[in-house]
Design a protein. Structure first.
Length: 255
């Protein structure tokens, strides 16, 4: 038996084969040129075949997976806010307020490109007394915009321009915040999703107006004002409106 095992081991060595030796006290690895003393009852298991000699394999740096990043821009002035929102970004961009921003004198337009997240970060955006804007709106969204951060957008009454805090012709999502004005939000053939927030109409103009598009109100937003909604046939354009939650307080009527 010992002679047979010695012959088998020699054959394995000549084939330049790495073998594992299983004895009663554990496992060893047999390599080329190593002398192993076997006792009866030892089993030999061929694990893999290797070529004799040493092959040098050049080291290669691991390739890091490149993913689209998120750009973040912090703003504290009206000019910085305008530049950040009106720039057409190539990647998803968060524009975050670090201070209250006031003195906005003309409409700020969010256009195409990658989605933009306006993080109010607990701060406020208000228009200047000298504001001049097309149809009197503070921010016009024609791209993809998400508003979050539990801050506020405040504009004037019908007599004190601008009338509209946020007008949308693109894709707008409002997660939270306070929107105050003669008409805080207006949808013009875009898509608006409201998930939360407070919308305060401060004049006889509707709190939320729409002349086309799709509006989804979910979560628990709060709407207050004289007339809360003026949509659809009032502006000669149909609107798809879905209301799944919220609190509505109107002095004149819901529609």
């Amino acid at each position: 038996m010992k002679r047979s095992l010695a012959i088998l081991l020699a054959l394995l060595m000549n084939l330049n084969t790495a073998s594992a030796v299983f004895a009663e006290d554990g496992v060893e690895t047999v390599t080329d040129g190593q002398e192993v003393v076997l006792s009866e009852g030892t089993e030999i298991l061929l694990t893999e075949k290797r070529t004799s000699g040493t092959e040098e394999v050049p080291y290669e740096e691991p390739v890091e997976e490149v993913r689209p990043g998120l750009e973040e821009i912090e703003v504290s002035t009206a000019d910085d806010l305008r530049t950040a929102l009106e720039t057409v970004h190539e990647t998803v961009t968060t524009v975050r307020l670090t201070e209250n921003v006031s003195g906005i004198e003309a409409t700020i337009t969010v256009s195409g490109g990658a989605p933009v997240i306006l993080d109010l970060n607990g701060h406020s955006i208000t228009a200047a007394d000298t504001f001049i804007g097309a149809n009197s709106w503070l921010i016009l969204n024609t791209g993809t915009l998400t508003v979050t951060g539990n801050g506020s957008l405040t504009v004037g009454t019908a007599e004190d321009k601008p009338v509209i805090a946020l007008i949308n012709t693109g894709n707008l999502t409002i997660e939270n915040g306070t929107f105050r004005g003669a008409m805080p939000v207006f949808c013009d053939n875009g898509t608006v999703t409201i998930q939360g927030g407070t919308f305060e109409g401060i004049s006889d103009v509707e709190t939320f107006g729409a002349c086309g598009g799709t509006i989804v109100i979910e979560g628990n937003p709060e709407f207050t004002g004289s007339t809360l909604f003026r949509i659809g046939s009032v502006y000669d354009n149909p609107v798809n409106l879905t209301i799944e939650g919220g609190t509505y307080t109107a002095s004149s009527g819901l529609f």
